[in-house]
Design a protein around this ligand. Structure first.
Ligand SMILES: Cc1cc2nc3c(=O)[nH]c(=O)nc-3n(C[C@H](O)[C@H](O)[C@H](O)COP(=O)(O)O)c2cc1C
Length: 206
């Protein structure tokens, strides 16, 4: 890893919004980040339903995950880990990272994190980011929300996580679903400290 290259963990769980995950990974790679990716079995179902994409978690293919956003020149920056690969670097606090995003973050994963269950690599890596006081961005998607889910979010926010719900704004005059996806991905990247030129910012000319 070069001195300046950021190392970001991305976990994809089974909340609705697979397009956010695909775009996020693409944008992080374009921004020259090293991306450590892990994905749940439920996320595979959501990819199939929403993006008509088949993902094989045992024989992971970056081309399938990224499809039309695949860039072969960047593929070496993408490191994939299976959900039960607890020996992966990202399961340990001694493995330095610049932050982690769980995008989308299902209510199930949110509940596990709020209770410190660490039952898979996503939970464990998130636990590590919290205990090491590193940036952890959670992108939940559910509506309406129960008091249990709200309490879980509060608990995680109190523990230092950034709660960034997949709630795109409409004040930037979006013309397409892509614009709405970019809105959320830009906000995630902002919190991870990764620069992106994806969209015009409110209050600025460029
Ligand atoms: C197509 C589809 C859409 C789903 N959307 C959501 C959602 O928006 N929010 C959510 O919390 N769970 C959603 N689920 C349910 C979760 O995937 C399920 O609770 C799963 O156990 C989450 O596991 P994971 O956190 O390990 O990915 C969805 C499932 C499917 C198949």
């Amino acid at each position: 890893m070069s001195e300046e290259r950021k190392r970001i963990v991305v976990a994809v769980t089974g909340g609705s919004g697979a397009a956010y995950a695909r775009r996020l990974v693409r944008v992080l790679l374009q921004a020259d980040c090293e991306v450590h990716l892990t994905m749940s079995a439920a996320a595979v179902q959501v990819f199939a339903q929403e993006l008509k994409t088949t993902i094989n978690l045992n024989e992971f293919s970056p081309e399938s995950f990224l499809e039309d956003e695949f860039d072969s020149a960047r593929v070496d920056q993408l490191k994939y880990h299976r959900q039960f690969e607890f020996s992966a670097g990202i399961a340990s606090g001694s493995f330095k990272t610049d932050g982690m995003a769980i995008c989308p973050c299902s209510m199930g994963t949110l509940g596990s994190l709020a209770n410190g269950l660490s039952a898979n690599l996503t939970h464990r890596a998130a636990d590590v980011h919290l205990k090491e006081h590193r940036k952890l961005v959670l992108v939940p998607r559910e509506t309406p929300l129960s008091s249990i889910q709200l309490e879980n979010m509060k608990r995680l926010a109190d523990a230092g996580a950034v709660m960034l719900p997949a709630m795109p704004g409409f004040y930037h005059d979006p013309k397409s679903i892509d614009d709405l996806v970019n809105f959320i991905v830009v906000r995630i990247c902002d919190h991870l400290g990764v620069d992106t030129k994806l969209m015009k910012r409110w209050g600025s000319e460029a």
